[in-house]
Design a protein around this ligand. Structure first.
Ligand SMILES: Nc1ncnc2c1ncn2[C@@H]1O[C@H](COP(=O)(O)OP(=O)(O)OP(=O)(O)O)[C@@H](O)[C@H]1O
Length: 644
């Protein structure tokens, strides 16, 4: 288990690197605003110390003014101090206002930047393998958890609170050095200790959510979702799993909490030590200040300034909510860095994503580019070649594909068959560039890798996506450049046999394909398949030259599947097609059939050739034919199998 150790010890980072990560996010979110904001924060943080010192100067000048009037030697310093005080207080008020207004804007900028960064990092991963890594899943969960808890609601406002407090604390530290060199040090150490205890406890709590406790939390969340979400509602009831699911959820939740409780127990002693340290240090410094004043070593003004400074050193210690939220923001920035290290093939942070690509039809995609930016529709069928391809899933010992070699000339229709778990879908995922082979080569169009050929390949997977979006998007996603081309979308839907469906939808192309939305519509399994087929046909209109159907026909009966495949072969004449199916009667009309077994191509030929050869294909075909023959009233399509 290569990732066990990583899960047990979540990546810890020096605070400095988290600050750097947060700074980087802020900088790319809005650099000039951040620069201006930094200046305002510095002003607001340092002004209080200046105000206290000015007040001290005023207190010092007052006895002279009382004695000699404003014309006396103390008059000018008193007036200057008074003016300074007025300017300082006014600047503090204005600066505070500007700071909170700017922080509000940066709060939204930072939240958006984090969303974009996460989306970029996950979407720009060329394959899906990194997303299946449990360590990546944990990091992503930690980021989402932080968002759910509201860490991104006012991150910059909270950060400004922390920075200004620390600057006030540092000012007080400098002032106290003027009393006794050791006084600020003693207070600083005591506050730091308190701080450390608090942060350690919090860090442990957060780590429990991204480290060892993460999987337990995810498991308990999943079990909870089984109870409340519609997806599993039917099975939970039919199989009588309600009691089991509640019990399991409770147990998993308690297991997850146990990690948090253990952390809290571990912090108790340290907490007590910090409280004692604070009491002793303040008694020492205030005692020394009192004695110095009683001996006349410190005058009234000094006493005021130093006493204020002692109070203000608290800003070097715990500062409540702002500190808590800022730590969580830093933790989140750290998680993003960890995520970046685990997800190859992306850049962070920069620019923005999400716009419909203007370049949809111009320019070639680099490896790992976002899907929206497609290869130029070169047109024409794709030829593909697999040369000794080996592939083993992460965490598995035996390879799923083991030296698979296959040459498919442009324009051929190929059926891939094989027993459950033979590796048919894996082969398709490799062809689409969603996984990289461990050995061997896959080339398309005479030399390109699958990732370089995005846009030339269209696929409908077994578990194709039912987007809860309008019909237009559901079909137009096949090629974004055609999203607003009504004729192309209509043609694709008609070819896929979905014309009637369009007529039945109350808002036509704008109908959202989900009842969860107003005027939305739920589709049957067969209707969804037509929509998915229309999506793939849109991709063909946009330039795809290889069309793959990986058994998306589970919801269809044999006759409907046969009809669909025949229609599919008819519509896609001239481009290369690959059909994966268990129903051999449906694929027998393909130009060529390959049987995958033992991780490689075991048989290769036309239906008639393979039947004659009497191998695995012939056995599977006969078994299916027998089954249909035994059915009390098999329909015509099924009988067709019986008779070959
Ligand atoms: N993401 C994954 N991680 C680990 N193992 C996987 C993953 N996906 C598939 N497998 C395993 O790889 C093997 C081949 O699976 P694949 O889905 O390619 O087979 P298939 O021929 O398409 O099967 P079926 O006919 O049942 O759809 C199976 O043993 C499966 O459990």
């Amino acid at each position: 288990m290569p990732h066990e150790a990583e899960r047990a010890a979540p990546p810890r980072m020096m605070d400095l690197s988290r600050w750097r990560a947060l700074g980087g996010l802020l900088w790319s979110a809005s650099r000039w605003r951040v620069a201006f904001f930094g200046l305002v924060v510095a002003l607001v943080g340092l002004l209080p110390t200046a105000v206290v010192l000015t007040t001290g100067a005023l207190i010092q000048a007052i006895p002279g003014v009382i004695r000699d009037g404003l014309q006396g030697p103390g008059g000018t310093p008193a007036l200057l101090a008074l003016a300074g005080l007025a300017v300082g207080l006014a600047a503090l008020a204005v600066g505070g206002n500007v700071m909170s207004q700017q922080a509000g804007v940066l709060d939204s900028d930072l939240a958006l930047e984090v969303h974009h960064t996460v989306a970029r990092m996950t979407l720009e991963t060329p394959g899906v393998a990194p997303l299946e890594d449990p360590a990546v899943a944990n990091e992503l969960e930690a980021v989402q958890d932080a968002e759910r808890r509201g860490v991104l609601q006012r991150p910059v406002t909270q950060l400004a609170g922390v920075v200004t407090a620390r600057l006030r604390g540092l000012g007080a530290f400098a002032v106290l050095l003027g009393f006794r060199w050791w006084a600020p040090l003693v207070l600083f150490i005591a506050w730091q200790l308190t701080n450390r205890v608090y942060l350690t406890a919090m860090e442990r709590g957060l780590s429990a959510k991204s480290g060892p406790g993460a999987e337990r939390l995810r498991r308990s969340e999943y079990l909870r979702s089984l109870a409340v979400e519609p997806a599993a509602a039917k099975e939970i009831r039919v199989f009588g799993l309600a009691g089991w699911s509640v019990g399991q959820y409770g147990d998993a939740w308690m297991e997850a909490l146990e990690v948090l409780w253990a952390n809290r127990r571990a912090s108790r002693r340290l907490n007590a030590a910090a409280i004692v340290a604070l009491g002793v240090s303040h008694a020492l410094v205030l005692g020394a200040l009192g004695m110095a004043a009683s001996r006349g070593e410190v005058a009234l003004a000094g006493l005021f300034v130093f006493a204020q400074a002692v109070l203000a050193t608290a800003d070097l210690g715990l500062i409540g909510d702002a500190q808590n939220w800022t730590s969580q923001t830093l933790h989140l920035a750290g998680r993003l860095t960890a995520l970046r290290e685990r997800l190859p093939g992306h850049r962070m942070p920069s620019g923005s994503i999400g716009a419909v690509p203007a370049a949809a039809a111009d320019g070639e995609p680099s490896e790992g580019s976002m899907d929206g930016v497609r290869a130029a529709p070169a047109g024409g069928a794709v030829a593909l070649r697999l040369d000794g391809v080996r592939f083993t899933y992460r965490g598995r010992v035996l390879p799923t594909l083991d030296g698979l070699t296959l040459d498919v000339p442009a324009g051929q229709s190929l059926a891939v068959v094989g027993e459950n778990g033979a590796g048919k879908s894996t082969l398709i995922k490799l062809l689409c560039g969603l996984y990289e082979p461990d050995g061997g080569r896959i080339t398309l169009d005479g030399g390109r890798t699958p990732q370089q050929s995005r846009g030339r390949i269209a696929v409908i997977f077994q578990d194709f996506v039912r987007y809860r979006l309008p019909l237009r998007e559901n079909v137009g996603f096949g090629h974004l450049g055609l999203m607003n081309d009504a004729a192309a979308l209509e043609g694709a839907l008609r070819d896929a046999g979905g014309k009637e469906l369009l007529e039945r939808l109350s808002c036509g192309w704008d109908t959202v394909l989900s009842r969860e939305f107003q005027n939305g519509a739920d589709l049957s399994g067969g209707q969804w398949q037509r929509v998915a087929l229309a999506r793939a046909l849109t991709a063909v209109r946009g330039g795809a030259g290889l069309l793959i159907l990986d058994e998306p026909t589970a919801a269809l009966d044999v006759r409907a599947e046969t009809e669909l495949f025949e229609r599919f072969l008819e519509l896609t004449r001239g481009i290369t097609t690959i059909l994966v199916s268990h129903r051999l009667s449906s694929v027998r009309r393909a130009d060529r059939i390959v049987v995958v077994d033992g991780g490689r191509v075991a048989e290769d030929g036309t239906h008639d050739e393979l039947m004659k050869a009497g191998g695995l294909y012939a056995t599977m075909y006969s078994l299916q034919a027998d089954r249909f023959a035994a059915a009390p009233d098999g329909d015509a399509a099924e009988r067709e199998v019986e008779h070959g």
